[in-house]
Write a protein that binds this ligand. Sequence first.
Ligand code: ATP
Ligand code: MG
Length: 655
Amino acid sequence: MSESQEPIAIEALLKEKRVFHPPKELVEQSNIKQWMDAHGIKDYEELREKAKNIEWFWSEVAKEVVEWYEPYQKVLEWNEPFSKWFVGAKYNIVHDSLDKHVKTYRKNKVAYIFEGEPGDVRKLTYYDLYVEVNKLANALKQIGVKKGDRVGIYLPMIPELPIAALACAKIGAVHSVVFSGFSAGGLAQRLEDSEAKVLITCDGFFRRGEVVPLKEQADEAISKCPNVKTVIVYKRVGREVPWNTERDRWWHELTAGQPAVCETEKLDSEDLLYILYTSGTTGKPKGVMTAHGGYAVGTAITLKWVFDIKDTDIYWCTADIGWVTGHSYIVYAPLILGATSIMYEGAPDWPEPDRWWQIVEKYGVTILYTAPTAIRMHMRFGEKWANKHDLSTLRLLGSVGETINPEAWMWYYIHIGKQKCPIMDTWWQTETGSFVISPVPLTPLKPGTPTKPLPGFSAGVFDDSGKLLQGVGGDLYLLSPWPSMLRGLYKDLDRYKRTYWSKIPHQYLTGDKARVDEDGYIWVQGRADDILKVAGHRIGNYEIESALVSHPKVSEAVVIGKPHQIKGESIVAFVVLREGVTPSEELRAELREHVANQMGKIARPDELWFVKDVPKTRSGKIMRRVVRAKVLGEPLGDLSTLRNPEAVDEIAYAV
Ligand code: ATP
Ligand code: MG
């Protein structure tokens, strides 16, 4: 197929409104099918139905994935809005992540294949990881870290990040990882809030061929955080760094003489595992608290079923461990399942746009889990880069972070998965800890929807008066507690109640808008505060963006509403074009018309501007609130979560 024909093929496929079925062989051999067979459950809907008895379901699946030191007395204690799971069990997630494996054949299995941006490779077996974690855990104890203490971790994508997290968990300390792409201000804010007494960081890391001086940023942040007494510095690049002899310790010196064994603290199932701040897409980040036992069960079973992890897989989740996706699905769940994961340090397009595809080919990656923003970026570069490599080992693909627009879904399905890999579009949040709404490898797929709640979860769409909606948009709620759910917001239980539990009684408000279709599939329309009101109609910003991106010349789009005397709001769109496309008046008109054709005249953008980039959070989500503020000349608010401030200037320049 020539390049010019492909978008047409995608468009045609989308028009058919086809449902995509997973390959038969995959279905038959899937972990979930085998579990159902063993439990005498014939089909997936029957399982979902049975799993409405959540205590039965979660206790049954817990047996699959975790080993308690001492059994629990009660599966769930629900004191709304506070839940306790596997109450009374003695437990530590590190036991399942490492200790249990080193007694089996997995001792010598590779846990992480690390590839640095310059091309350096390290392979760590479960035993290697176990020893490294034990040494660091002993070192932490030596410098006075105790159970319940908070430890900040500010590291790039190198194996020392999971090692540091596991070392904290091992001794019962609470880790708070801050994404290494944050500058000093963002780090300071989070370190202060979590009251960390130790920070683990490194001298720097490689990004687009340059060294990012992480230690200097950490120093600047700590100058505002007197609570941080010790800084442990891992040598990643081997450069000179400023040093405070009172406070700073080299990782290699501190761990050098430590014993390779460290007893894992036998905690309570409900003891805190970590505090993690949300992406801050809608405002001030929230410090989400997570507990050992329920989190282990929830993340491990969902990964085992959704991505069908087997011992033979090479699994690659491209997220950063600084976000929940990395916590749950690079660190804890894959380790609990004894998986082999890829960790890549650098930029996806460095030195060339095919770096990812090179990695897939080199290691024979079988499962690739990434975000719509990355898929759209690769679409912009064009499929020629993927076509240079053998991607035939892939068997499952995944997406998370935003609604994946059908166009990107199809591109991913055709050009990366070669029409044989189902796409697991997983809807979940930092707050949920694990996937909530997602297909499994048995589910017929429709591009653009995460399908239905997984077994053990229930969700519904309601209007403001609490009426259940079908076929029309409303607020997405979760209707029963689940094991990996947040235990509250750190130091702010009021905000916890207010944010999630106050709109309709007894239901968890997700903050997202959604619509349930005739098959019970949930279409996530975007965030509750990203809805336009145009001439009495409510239109999701995302839907217009998606319509724009469905045009073959468009790579990304952001849409906002501007107050309008007659219509309520007028629609303003900013569009990033695909590589090689030049902006013109004709194209502007064509794109406005394209939206009108797809969605009706009501959705036609009143203004449409061409820009080189759109503002995104550091986790890769489009940040509409900043675009809106910029257009309206309002204060921009907290920008620490913004990755590309120059894109805001682009917006200003355009308008
Ligand atoms: P904040 O809550 O601070 O504004 P955030 O919501 O961006 O930040 P995360 O917890 O990282 O922080 O993201 C969860 C949100 O991401 C979901 O509420 C939803 O809006 C979006 N999301 C995640 N996965 C999907 C998906 N598969 N489809 C649609 N939206 C998704
Ligand atoms: Mg959120």
